[in-house]
Design a binder for this molecule. Structure first.
Ligand SMILES: O=C(O)c1ccc[n+]([C@@H]2O[C@H](COP(=O)([O-])O)[C@@H](O)[C@H]2O)c1
Ligand SMILES: Cc1cc2nc[nH]c2cc1C
Length: 362
C-alpha cells in the first residue's frame, strides 16, 4: 500500500466503524407517547412506526427533522458495451447537464428537480465518473477519477482505491449537505447501465440467482433481459468475492460507491437516509453488511418496479412507504417520501395525548 491508499483505507475504516446506535431512551419514550396520542391505537398505520424510528435517529421523543437534500451522483459503466440498457450511454452526461440547466421553473429540468421543488428538497449534483469532459459549473461536485467504470463482465469494474475514494467523496458531499441544513439525506443516481452492477451486487449479497434480481432497468425487451442476466451471471462466475467492499469494487460502479459514502456519513451524523430504488438498495446492502447499525438510519421510500427491489427490502427487513410503480432513479422516490416522514414526525411531536386533551379513552 502506498501513502495515499493507506490514508484512504484508514479514513474509510473510521467511517465504517463509527456508526451510532439509535437512541434507546428516545425509542422507548416515543413508543409510550405514541400509545397515548388522541387517535385509536394504530390508526396512523405505518406512520406510527416511522415516527418512532425517527425518534431513535434524532435522539428525541419529539423529532423535528427539517431540511432535506438529494445528492444525485452520476457515473458511466463499461458494461454498457454489452448492450444491457435500452438507452445509449450518452444519456448520462446529457442528463447531468439537465439536472443543472436553468429552466423557467428554476434550476434543473429533470424529474428529481421538479419533485425537489415541490417538496422543498435541495438538490446537489455530483460527477462520480461520467464518460465526458464536463464544463465547470458552480453546482457540480467533482469526484470523478475515471470516465466510466470498466466492463464488469470481463474485469473488476473499479480498483480498491477508486472504491475507497468514491465512498469518501460521497461522505464529504453528505457532510456538506448536512452542514447546509439537511436532516433527511437522499442518495440519488444517474448512470445508463447501472442496474446491471446493482443486480450483480444484489445477487452476490443475497446469495440470489441472477434471474431473480435482474430487471428491465430503463425498459429492455425480453431478449435483452436474457442477455443482461447472462452478463450478470458471467460477472458472478468470473469473481467469487464475498467481502462487501470487494463485491462493490468488482461489480461497480462509481455512483454506487458514492451513495454508500453518503449513507454512512449521514448515519454517523444521526440523520435519516431515505432510500429510493434498486440502485440505492444495492449500496445499502453493502453498507449494512459493513456495519449493521446503518439499517436503523435507512427509510425506504417506495417499492420500485425493478425486479429484485423487494428482495433487497426483505433482506434489509424494512418496509417501503408506498408503491407507485416508479423505476426512474435520480432519488425521485426518496424526494417524494420527504413530506410523509415530516408528517410522521409532526404527529408524534405535535399531537396531544388523551390526558392533555381531557378525553377519557375508556
Ligand atoms: O433505481 C432504480 O430503481 C432504477 C430502476 C430502473 C432504472 N433506473 C435508472 O435507469 C438507469 C439504469 O437503467 P439501465 O437500463 O440503463 O441499467 C439509471 O440512470 C437509473 O437511474 C433506476
Ligand atoms: C432519459 C433518462 C432519464 C433518467 N434518469 C435516471 N435514469 C434515466 C434514464 C434515462 C434514459
Amino acid at each position: 500500500m502506498n501513502a495515499d491508499s493507506s490514508h484512504t483505507a484508514g479514513a474509510l475504516r473510521d467511517l465504517i466503524d463509527h456508526l451510532p446506535d439509535p437512541c434507546p431512551d428516545s425509542l422507548a419514550r416515543a413508543a409510550e407517547r405514541q400509545d397515548q396520542l388522541t387517535k385509536p391505537r394504530g390508526a396512523l398505520g405505518d406512520l406510527e412506526a416511522l415516527a418512532i424510528r425517527l425518534a431513535g435517529v434524532f435522539g428525541t421523543e419529539r423529532p423535528h427533522p427539517q431540511g432535506a437534500a438529494v445528492i444525485v451522483a452520476a457515473g458511466d459503466h463499461g458494461v454498457t458495451s454489452e448492450g444491457v440498457s435500452a438507452y445509449p450511454p450518452e444519456v448520462t452526461p446529457a442528463m447531468l447537464a439537465n439536472f443543472l440547466a436553468e429552466t423557467e421553473a428554476g434550476p434543473g429540468g429533470a424529474a428529481v428537480n421538479a419533485l425537489a421543488r415541490a417538496t422543498g428538497t435541495r438538490v446537489y449534483v455530483m460527477n462520480a465518473g461520467v464518460n465526458a469532459d464536463l464544463p465547470d459549473h458552480p453546482g457540480l461536485i467533482r469526484a470523478a477519477l475515471r470516465r466510466g467504470s470498466r466492463n464488469l463482465r470481463v474485469e473488476s469494474a473499479m480498483t480498491e482505491e477508486e472504491t475507497r475514494q468514491l465512498i469518501l467523496a460521497g461522505a464529504r458531499a453528505a457532510q456538506q449537505a448536512i452542514e447546509d441544513g439537511a436532516d433527511f439525506l437522499i442518495p440519488g443516481e444517474m448512470g445508463i447501465g447501472n442496474t446491471t452492477p446493482a443486480a450483480a451486487i444484489t445477487a452476490r449479497m443475497l446469495g440470489a440467482a441472477p434471474e431473480a434480481v435482474t430487471g428491465r432497468g430503463t425498459g429492455v425487451d425480453d431478449e435483452r433481459l436474457s442477455h443482461k442476466v447472462a452478463v450478470v451471471r458471467a460477472a458472478l462466475e468470473r469473481s467469487p468475492v464475498t467481502d462487501p467492499l470487494a463485491v462493490l469494487t468488482e461489480f461497480g460502479g462509481y455512483e454506487i460507491a458514492a451513495m454508500l459514502g453518503m449513507m454512512l456519513q449521514a448515519a454517523r451524523e444521526r440523520r435519516a437516509v431515505i432510500l429510493d430504488g434498486f440502485v440505492e438498495g444495492s449500496a445499502a446492502l453493502i453498507g449494512v453488511a459493513l456495519n449493521s447499525n446503518l439499517r436503523h438510519f435507512l427509510f425506504p421510500a417506495g417499492e420500485c418496479a425493478e425486479r429484485g427491489h423487494r428482495a433487497q427490502l426483505e433482506h434489509l427487513g424494512l418496509k417501503p412507504m408506498f408503491n407507485l410503480g416508479l423505476r426512474l432513479g435520480e432519488g425521485t422516490g426518496g424526494v417524494l417520501a420527504v413530506p410523509l416522514l415530516r408528517g410522521a414526525a409532526a404527529t408524534l411531536r405535535e399531537m396531544r395525548t388523551f390526558e392533555e386533551a381531557g378525553i377519557a379513552a375508556g
